[in-house]
Design a protein around this ligand. Structure first.
Ligand code: GRF
Length: 225
């Protein structure tokens, strides 16, 4: 008699096989609300991923605090701390490899990722940007400047974009994008807040999209009935 067929759910740890979970490194420079949105979705069981490490170039970043609060390794790592760009790059790469990272997520990371890291993690680094790329992206378009430029240009729509990272700021192909209306009496701050709320949904959704469409599960994590 043949064995009964068992339904396989990716996160059913009780079925005798390894659940499929992405291992994430999150790089952030500022307040870390996008990191928090990812942590919350993981905690609520809505996102099959684990944040293995949070890395910030800014020792005062709230992202580091948010990670420590829930027992996630939080590392302050900058060129200044490393001593040179080359040591910064090799140290970052070592950390990502040590934590067996599947996907690097830039969530408000204000620095360019070193080319060695971009090459080693080709197609496995994403960034969130608070505009509809390719508009209002690239050098100079960061923080409030993005929203100031959108309003000054009289745009009716802005939004948020998650894209793959290459060697240029805000440049790689788009993974997911969501539109947000610009309202007649918006200030840069009100527009930022409306977009940020959308980012908090978009980033976890984009991570799930990456897992579903682009991630080749390592052999060690393949599911067996
Ligand atoms: C977000 O608007 C993100 O799109 C941009 O930087 C901001 C980071 O916000 N790259 P937070 O640190 O996640 O609160």
């Amino acid at each position: 008699m043949s064995q009964p067929v068992r339904a396989m759910a990716p996160n059913d740890g009780g079925m005798g096989f390894q659940p499929m979970r992405l291992r994430l490194a999150i790089l952030a420079s500022g307040s870390g609300t996008n990191l928090q949105a990812v942590l919350d979705q993981i905690a609520e069981g809505k996102l099959a991923a684990d944040v293995a490490v949070v890395i910030s170039n800014n020792s005062d970043s709230q992202a580091l605090e948010r990670a420590r609060k829930v027992g996630i390794e939080a590392v302050h790592w900058s060129e200044k701390k490393a001593g040179s760009p080359a040591q910064f790059s090799s140290g970052l790469l070592e950390m990502l490899q040590h934590h067996r990272i599947d996907l690097v997520v830039l969530a408000g990371y204000m620095k360019l990722v070193p080319i060695e890291v971009v090459r080693a993690f080709h197609g496995r680094i994403i960034n969130i940007h608070p505009a509809l790329l390719p508009k209002y992206g690239g050098p100079g378009f960061y923080g409030m400047r993005v929203h100031e430029a959108v309003i000054a240009a009289g745009e009716k729509q802005s939004g948020a974009t998650v894209h793959f990272v290459d060697a240029e700021y805000d440049h790689g192909s788009v993974l997911m994008q969501r539109e947000v209306p610009v309202l007649p009496n918006d200030t840069p701050a009100t527009l930022r807040d409306r977009i940020l709320a959308v980012e908090h949904e978009l980033l976890p959704a984009a991570i799930a999209e990456f897992a579903a469409k682009y991630w080749q599960r390592p052999k060690s994590q393949e599911m067996h009935p």
